[in-house]
Write a protein that binds this ligand. Structure first.
Ligand code: ADP
Length: 316
């Protein structure tokens, strides 16, 4: 029915090489790496072989070109990425504390990412799209919501589908963002929650109650991300499939959920059964945490097949 599309921020990430050191003195950094949750998602989609495109905005600089060239090389449609002459591509500096938690310094608010608009190229991409993937964080950004609102109506109107990665943060709940989230829950076919997002989305405490509440709406399937615990598929017909995580050394967890989502959505849209899509998604998530850089672990179908064939699983 047409490509999978996503809307949102593109940026670069620059990382501290060593855990436990702060940004209060000069340290060894590595980067820039292409980044931005929507960009990571769509790169993994395209790499697995699904038609995929992104609506985004970058600056007229090497950080922007790095992203656009990577996405293009990996097979994504970059025709709706606009180039701002006035603002730079956003960036994020990240370091890991000794306990593994992350500390970010962002330069995004006044970057090209804030200039997202419904351009003629964006409209054309939406007009040919068959699936829209929405990141919950986008709901708080007025420019992104305006584009999503337009895209939801058009894509649903022509029989397309919608997936939602809730990315819920407490500060996003309440007011307009919560209303937008409720609207999305009413139109989303596929949900990709992690942690307790399933319970927040389903407004219930247990898995059974939360999934039942969601299946009473438009949702027909849920792929629950459990980090090192792997993932679980829930179908509207009551089916459930558990998939154990691959055993890898976690080097950099940024982007795992986005790679998981990109692989899952693309695999399902290519017609694979849920169990197979879950397997590819688990592999994409695990490959991603095992390397430095948020998008560096995204894999082609062949790379994911090789990873699945050679990597042991947790608990086996
Ligand atoms: P999110 O980033 O959205 O919270 P997760 O952290 O659950 O998502 O990661 C998504 C998927 O990536 C998991 O379901 C799992 O398949 C894989 N994954 C994440 N972390 C690890 C890990 N440490 N080891 C193996 N697989 C992982």
């Amino acid at each position: 029915l047409g490509p999978t599309i996503v809307v949102g921020e593109i940026l670069v990430e620059i990382m501290a090489r060593t855990r436990g050191v702060g940004f209060l003195e000069p340290i060894d950094l590595i980067g820039p790496f292409p980044s931005g949750a929507p960009a990571i998602f769509i790169d993994q989609c395209a790499k697995i072989g699904g038609a995929a495109g992104i609506i985004a905005s970058v600056g007229d600089d090497d950080f922007g070109r790095l992203n656009v060239e990577r996405l293009r090389r990996d097979g994504a449609d970059v025709s709706a990425i606009s180039v701002s002459p006035d603002y730079p591509t956003g960036s994020a500096f990240v370091r890991y504390r000794a306990d593994g938690s992350r500390d970010f310094v962002y330069n995004i608010a006044k970057s090209a990412a804030g200039l997202l608009a419904l351009t003629a190229d964006a409209k054309a991409m939406i007009a040919r799209a068959g699936h829209l993937h929405v990141m919950g964080t986008a709901l708080a950004i007025p420019e992104v919501w305006a584009i999503l609102d337009h895209a939801i109506g058009i894509i649903k109107g022509r029989g397309g589908s919608i997936s939602l990665d809730p990315n819920l943060r407490k500060e996003l709940l309440g007011g307009q963002t919560e209303e937008r989230f409720a609207r999305l829950i009413d139109v989303a076919d596929l949900l990709l929650p992690s942690g307790d997002e399933l319970f927040v989305a389903g407004k219930a405490d247990g898995e059974a109650a939360a999934t039942a509440a969601l299946f009473g709406r438009a949702v027909t399937e849920i792929a629950l991300k459990r980090g090192e615990g792997g993932s679980t598929f829930f179908g509207a017909d009551g089916s459930r499939i558990d998939c154990q995580a691959f055993a890898v050394d976690e080097v950099d967890p940024t982007g795992a959920g986005d790679c998981f989502g990109g692989a899952y959505v693309a695999s399902r849209r290519l017609g694979m059964p849920a169990a197979m899509a879950l397997e590819y998604a688990n592999a994409a998530g695990a490959r991603n945490v095992a390397v430095l850089g948020p998008m560096e672990g995204a894999g082609s179908r062949r790379e994911l097949d090789a990873f699945i064939a050679t990597t042991p699983r947790h608990g086996v």
